[in-house]
Write a protein that binds this ligand. Structure first.
Ligand code: PGA
Length: 252
């Protein structure tokens, strides 16, 4: 039985004071409720300590948006997996499309980052997704299964069990365009069969795969109802407690 996760990726939004305020409102909205999913907040690094303090005692888990692949040393500006676990993080994003396309991270770098996350005891949320040109050229399935094979292919089965995959079509991120539940479902099946090819049928069945890309309260219900979609990675709509809570409570 796969678990359902709703994760809020705040990206580079808000300082630590604003972050604590947002986390506090989310925690308050969850008081006395039993949501049908795990909830993960992914604030900017600078807000993590305050957010961790604010949600202490609640069911909310915390993740980092990125990590470096070395454990420590002369790597100015970078943050290690161990630094994130020391703060109380249990998840970390690896390969978000903004890291791939704005910062220029390649499969080689992401493979190293994924390994570093696992060594630090974090659960990586590994993001994959095609750009618009690739979708229009009918290459979405090949691109996405290629990303899965390239970065996850060398893992052991026990490491794969700690990985969450997020399918985020790049053309749907922050654009207001969402994949239809049918399109998303098709791509989740593509990812499951790539995983089954690499690791066997159980891995294909058991890996948690989230959808991301303009998820909002209005479309969350229909997306989360799809059997192969195990939750949502939410950007913009996670920046307001009300809309993030509405997405959480649309999990049935
Ligand atoms: P969005 O972002 O919900 O604002 O489209 C999703 C993401 O980038 O994870």
């Amino acid at each position: 039985m796969r678990k359902t996760i709703v994760a809020g990726n705040w990206k580079m939004s808000g300082n630590h004071i604003e972050g604590a305020g947002l986390a506090g409102n989310i925690a308050k909205g969850l008081e006395g409720k039993s949501p049908g999913c795990e909830i993960v907040l992914i604030p900017p690094f600078t807000a993590i300590p305050d957010v961790v303090r604010t949600v202490q005692g609640s069911i909310v888990k915390i993740g980092g948006q990125d990590l470096f692949y070395e454990e420590e040393g002369a790597f100015t500006g970078e943050v290690s997996g161990a630094m994130l676990t020391a703060l109380g993080c249990t998840y970390v994003l690896v390969g978000h499309s903004e890291r791939r396309h704005v910062i220029g991270e390649t499969g080689d770098i992401l493979r190293l980052k994924l390994g570093a996350a696992l060594r630090a005891g974090l659960n990586p949320i590994f993001c994959v997704g095609e750009v618009l040109d690739e979708r229009e050229a009918g290459k979405a399935a090949d691109v996405v299964s290629g990303q899965v094979r390239d970065v996850l292919g060398g893992l052991s089965g026990s490491d794969l069990a700690k990985v969450v995959v997020a399918y985020e079509p790049v053309w749907a991120i922050g654009t207001g365009k969402t994949a239809t539940p049918e399109d998303a479902s098709e791509m989740h099946v593509v990812i499951r069969s790539a995983l089954a090819d690499l690791f066997g049928p159980e891995a294909g069945e058991e890996t948690v795969i989230l959808y991301g890309g303009s998820v909002k309260p209005e479309n969350a219900g229909a997306l989360l109802e799809v059997p192969d979609i195990d939750g949502a990675l939410v950007g913009g709509a996670s920046l307001k407690a009300g809309s993030f809570l509405d997405i959480i409570f649309s999990v049935r």
